[in-house]
Design a protein around this ligand. Structure first.
Ligand SMILES: Cc1ncc(COP(=O)(O)O)c(C=O)c1O
Length: 395
């Protein structure tokens, strides 16, 4: 027979890790109107919507130039190409990120050079960058992981000392600030993703590169459209990586809400921190770090915890969804085996893959769901403490 607690567990309904329906419901009419107006115009490639979005998004980020493109992955590749990175070059980056970061470097036929992370922020450890610089290094590619800015001042200092470009992977971090300045406007390039789960997400794939210099922005515009300024006349070899007019029209609507949504994410992060205190969890889990000079935008809310896999299984059993970003560091993945990194070579990244856990966060996440996440985490650790004490009595 089932115990009462097992039966009680079964009736607990699970809820969403991430819910885009709630956001859509709040802006449905405006989105439908934006889509309809593009359909009425039958103008799907480039044109006014894309130009306006580039202007508005560039102004939002605080960058003088913004060039829409087909995805965040292409944004990185385009920035690297615009900078002239290619075979024989090296680009320094982090192995604790989404594959596109290093994959884009490899696509240019340059070599990704991995540097371990700072365990407090999950971002590239700036003191390890300079020892990794060689005469082949052309750029540093920091990632503002989960929505927290990498420590760009020391990075820029090293870049200046060695004449390197700084290409910010801001795919997860639109709106995040570093000493009051928005990420993507600080380095030579800022690369953004509008994948639906990002803080500013479109209805499919989309991306954008911001550039500090006009010459670079011109080059990005050429590269994303087969090197053409004039129809059927290619100045350089490029590719097809345009942002669709439909996506641009949708993004223009959503950009107007971005700051409100970021605030809602920050409020939810603060509530998690409060609940961790209330439930006495601070000795078992570590909240994400948010240094005072950084405005964290919490694209993900990632804790560090003991017994991560057991906790995750327990939460799943209780209908509480979580995710792991990332289960495997890039330097140990088969795609990068050719680089020859050994297990143990990036200890902090490897550890983060074992003890980090993303909890649900999105602007409309109900407080009740957050309370349920935290109370269930507390149940898990309480049962663990009892278990350990129980074992202890065997002596
Ligand atoms: C850190 C990072 N870089 C790059 C990308 C690539 O963006 P996209 O999925 O739009 O190609 C992502 C998206 O998941 C990302 O999280």
């Amino acid at each position: 027979m089932e115990s009462t607690s097992t039966a009680a567990r079964k009736v607990k309904k699970s809820f969403a890790f991430f819910d885009l329906q709630a956001q859509f419901a709040s802006i449905r009419l405006e989105i439908l109107q934006a889509v309809e107006s593009v359909l009425e115009s039958q103008h799907f490639i480039m044109g006014q919507q894309v130009e306006l979005f580039e202007k508005e998004a560039g102004a939002y980020v605080g960058s003088p130039h913004a060039v829409g493109c087909a995805s965040g992955t292409d944004a990185l590749y385009l920035a690297l190409c615009a900078q002239g990175v290619g075979p024989g070059d090296e680009v320094i980056t982090t192995p604790f990120t989404f594959v596109a970061t290093a994959g884009s470097i490899a696509r240019t036929e340059a070599t990704p050079v991995f540097v371990d992370i700072d365990p407090d922020t999950f971002n590239i450890a700036t003191d390890l960058i300079e020892p990794a610089v060689t005469e082949k290094t052309r750029a540093i590619l920091p990632v503002h992981l989960f929505g927290l800015a990498a420590d760009l001042r020391p990075i820029q200092q090293i870049a200046d000392n060695y004449s390197l470009a700084v290409i910010e992977d801001a795919a997860q971090a639109i709106g995040a600030t570093y000493y009051g300045q928005k990420v993507g406007s600080i380095g030579d390039f800022g690369c953004f993703s509008f994948f639906p789960s990002k803080n500013l997400g479109c209805a499919g794939d989309g991306g954008m590169v911001t550039a500090r210099e006009r010459a670079m922005a011109d080059r990005l515009s050429l590269l994303r459209a087969h090197g053409t300024r004039k129809k059927y006349h290619s100045e350089i070899i490029g590719m097809n990586s345009r942002l669709d007019a439909l996506q641009a029209a949708i993004l223009r609507v959503k950009l107007r809400y971005l700051d409100t949504w970021i605030q809602a994410r920050q409020d939810r992060a603060a509530l998690y921190a409060k609940l961790f205190d209330q439930y006495d969890l601070t000795s078992f889990i570590t909240s994400p770090s948010a240094p005072s000079h950084c405005g964290h935008v919490y694209n993900q809310f990632v804790i560090r915890c003991d017994d991560r896999d057991a906790l995750r299984d327990y939460l799943q059993e209780q209908g509480v969804p979580t995710a792991i970003y990332y289960p495997e560091p890039l330097h140990l993945q088969p795609a990068f085996a050719y680089l020859g990194y050994a297990k143990g070579s990036m200890p902090q990244s490897e550890k983060a893959c074992l003890n980090s856990l993303a909890l649900p966060i999105y602007p409309e996440l109900p407080a009740d769901d957050q309370e349920r996440v935290v109370s269930t985490i507390a149940e898990f650790y309480k049962s663990q403490v009892h278990h350990t004490r129980g074992n202890g009595t065997h002596e």
